[in-house]
Each structure stands twice: as structure tokens, then as C-alpha cells.
Design a protein around this ligand. Structure first.
Ligand SMILES: C[S@@+](CC[C@H](N)C(=O)[O-])C[C@H]1O[C@@H](n2cnc3c(N)ncnc32)[C@H](O)[C@@H]1O
Length: 281
């Protein structure tokens, strides 16, 4: 006899319990992905039977999830800043904590300004698209060294109908040659080589080039910080997301390379995760 929707969700939750930190949520997200049902429908239709076809498709996804594949790669989607972004294994899955970088950037960009803002290492385009959406008069330049990441980001811009954004390929500041920005933001790779977290959870399936940045995790931030001031107008802003224990090192890098008013911002857990500096006037 076919399982009801609720019975299937319980069965799936049990199957995921050992491999996922959020087994019930994962089961629900995968169920909604395969069936197209809303969260409300999961409750109102809890006693309806699950067809053999749906059960088979879900079972295939559950097996992959048990092996550790991130839910976002299984569904091909992840929400960021209330936008649904397409996600593939070529890009880092946008993290909720990166919204802190967006919030602090927006706090510095006047509402009606027509600034040029660069997002270096854009991945899915998460940060660039959020800023472009919130500041429609600004021009956002989203860059990445990965062509495949840029095509994912371009697709997201089209899907979201966000037009005040341009995509450029190249390493860190190179794609900005010849242009002067009012702000540069980046969530670059900042994990140390050999960090044990790289062997755990979702990050095992994400591109290493999006995560790892040298022995101290600061190679990318150092590279960007060293040259950023020459790509900013005087008084322009540079903002980084970084690791919870890297704020002091990032502040020192900014102060050494032409920035003042250097300040770090804490996330909801109290960790300094974003640092900003203003290029000398
Ligand atoms: C931590 S991910 C951030 C992705 C996205 N901005 C986000 O916050 O979800 C870092 C991104 O930097 C890109 N990247 C790595 N090395 C780079 C380089 N040398 N130049 C430009 N981009 C690079 C990666 O391809 C990846 O998309």
C-alpha cells in the first residue's frame, strides 16, 4: 500500500537522520522540489498517498543526500535576499551569513545614488544581484575567474529581470582595469588549506577554488586589498566577508593599503564577519 505524504516524510527524515543536521527540513524541501507542492500543502495534504513515480524520484534524491550532496545542488536552487537563485556544483551555495555583507554595503550606498559597484568573485551573483535589486540606479559589475560561475550568475540576472548589472571575466581586480568604482565588495575564498571543515558537510561538494585561499586563508583578501584603492574613487568603499577569526588581520591589511575608517561588523552570533574601509580622499 502507498505511503501517505506524512508517512513518507517521516520515513525520509529517518533515512537522513545520520547524515544531515536538518533531516526533516531536507525531506520537506526535496518533497516540495519533486512534487511542486507548497509548504502549506505538505500539511493540508498530509494524508494523501504518494504515487510510486514520486516515491521513486524522491528515493533517488534521498540516496544522494545520504551520501552528502547539498540540498541546493539536488534542487538546483537556493534563496538569498528573498531571491530564488539557480545553483549548480560550479558555484558556491550562497550562505545566509553573506546577507550581512549586503546589509552593510547598502547602509553605505545612498538610496538614489548612481554609484558603480563591483562584486569580485560573484559566484551565483548573490551579492551583486541583491545590491543591484535594492539600488536600481546603481551600475553593478560582477566578476569571476570562473566562466561557468559567470554563466550561472548571468542566468540568475535574466531570470530575475535585473538589468543594472554587467558581468566581466577575470582574476580579482583585472576586469576593473580602466574603470573607477565607488565601492568594491567581495566574499572571496578565505578557508585555510587543510582546514578540517573542508572534509565535513556540504563544502565537500563545493568548488575548492571558491573556498580555499592559501596557508592562512587570506591570500585572496590580501591580493584584492593590495590593489583595490587604485580602482576606487577617493572616498570609495571596500568591504569583505571573511572568517570569524580573520577580522583583525583584514583590518590591518586595509589600514596598510590606503584605507581609513576601517571597521568590522558582527553577525547574529557575535562574530566579526565583515570588514569595511574607506579609501583616502
Ligand atoms: C566564496 S565564493 C563567493 C561566491 C558569491 N560571491 C557568494 O557570496 O555566494 C568565491 C568566488 O570567488 C571566485 N574566485 C576564486 N578565485 C578567484 C580569482 N582569482 N579571481 C576572481 N574570482 C575568483 C570563485 O570562482 C567563487 O565564485
Amino acid at each position: 500500500m502507498a505511503m501517505t505524504l506524512e508517512q513518507f516524510l517521516r520515513h525520509a527524515t529517518h533515512q537522513l537522520a545520520a547524515s544531515s543536521p536538518s533531516p526533516r527540513l531536507d525531506a520537506e524541501v526535496l518533497f516540495m522540489h519533486v512534487t511542486g507542492l507548497s509548504r502549506t500543502a505538505l500539511i493540508t495534504r498530509a494524508l494523501e498517498p504518494v504515487s510510486a513515480e514520486i516515491e521513486k524520484r524522491l528515493q533517488e534524491l534521498l540516496v544522494r543526500r545520504v551520501r552528502g550532496e547539498p540540498v541546493a545542488y539536488l534542487t538546483g536552487r537556493r534563496e538569498f535576499w528573498s531571491m530564488e537563485l539557480r545553483v549548480t556544483p560550479d558555484v558556491l551555495i550562497p550562505r545566509p551569513e553573506t546577507e550581512l555583507l549586503v546589509e552593510q554595503a547598502l547602509a553605505l550606498i545612498p538610496e538614489d545614488s548612481d554609484w558603480t559597484i563591483a562584486d569580485l568573485g560573484t559566484g551565483t551573483g548573490a551579492i551583486a544581484l541583491a545590491i543591484a535589486k535594492e539600488r536600481p540606479r546603481c551600475h553593478v559589475i560582477a566578476t569571476d575567474a570562473s566562466e561557468t560561475a559567470l554563466s550561472v550568475a548571468r542566468g540568475n540576472a535574466q531570470h530575475l529581470n535585473i538589468e543594472n548589472i554587467e558581468f566581466r571575466h577575470g582574476v580579482w581586480l583585472t576586469p576593473l582595469a580602466g574603470s573607477e568604482s565607488d565601492m568594491i565588495v567581495s566574499n572571496p575564498p578565505y578557508v585555510r588549506v587543510g582546514d578540517p571543515h573542508l572534509e565535513q558537510g556540504d563544502v565537500r561538494f563545493e568548488p575548492q577554488t571558491a573556498l580555499v585561499a592559501g596557508a592562512d586563508g587570506l591570500d585572496a583578501i590580501r591580493c584584492i586589498a593590495t590593489d583595490a584603492a587604485s580602482h576606487l574613487r577617493p572616498g570609495g568603499w571596500l568591504l569583505f566577508e571573511h572568517g570569524y577569526d580573520q577580522a583583525q588581520a583584514v583590518r590591518t591589511l586595509l589600514e596598510t593599503h590606503g584605507f581609513d575608517r576601517v571597521v568590522s561588523f558582527r553577525d547574529a552570533a557575535g562574530h566579526e564577519r565583515v570588514t569595511a574601509g574607506c579609501s583616502y580622499d
